[in-house]
Design a binder for this molecule. Structure first.
Ligand code: HEC
Length: 103
């Protein structure tokens, strides 16, 4: 068997740890890193809409699993940039925040 890629292990780690994420600083993190495209309310602003963001209230986003959303944030998706420097706790907190904004 080939050796498992360290990235695979990292992704598995991210998926397993996030349940314990503390989301207290997620709002601040979102404002500094994400609101420039997604808007502070998650519906997407002018810049984000040019790139193709959907409102977090859209079923297309809310029907996805936490793991799907974490994957999109960590590894990027389409024109969405990747955020590999965020810790699994931060990504988990952001997913919770995305769910809050989507309500
Ligand atoms: C440069 C603009 C930009 C920034 C900054 C950005 N995003 Fe995105 N994001 C996008 C675009 C564009 C999409 C749509 C991707 C697609 O579906 O093709 C997206 C999609 C998403 C999705 C939905 C993924 C899906 O499957 O449809 C989530 C969740 C998300 N972003 C979270 C975040 C978070 C959290 C941050 C901050 C850490 C962030 N984004 C920062 C542009 C951005």
């Amino acid at each position: 068997m080939k050796r498992m890629s360290p990235w695979l292990l990292l992704v598995a780690f991210i998926v397993s740890v996030n349940c314990f994420a503390d989301s207290t600083d997620s709002a601040a993190l979102f404002k500094s890193k994400c609101a420039m495209c997604h808007g502070s309310d998650g519906t997407g602003n002018t810049m984000g809409q040019k790139l193709g963001v959907k409102s977090y209230k859209s079923p297309d986003i809310q029907k996805q699993s936490d793991a799907d959303l974490k994957n999109a944030i960590t590894n990027g998706k389409g024109k969405m940039p990747s955020y590999k420097s965020l810790t699994p706790e931060q990504v988990g907190g952001l997913v919770k925040y995305v769910r809050e904004l989507g309500k």
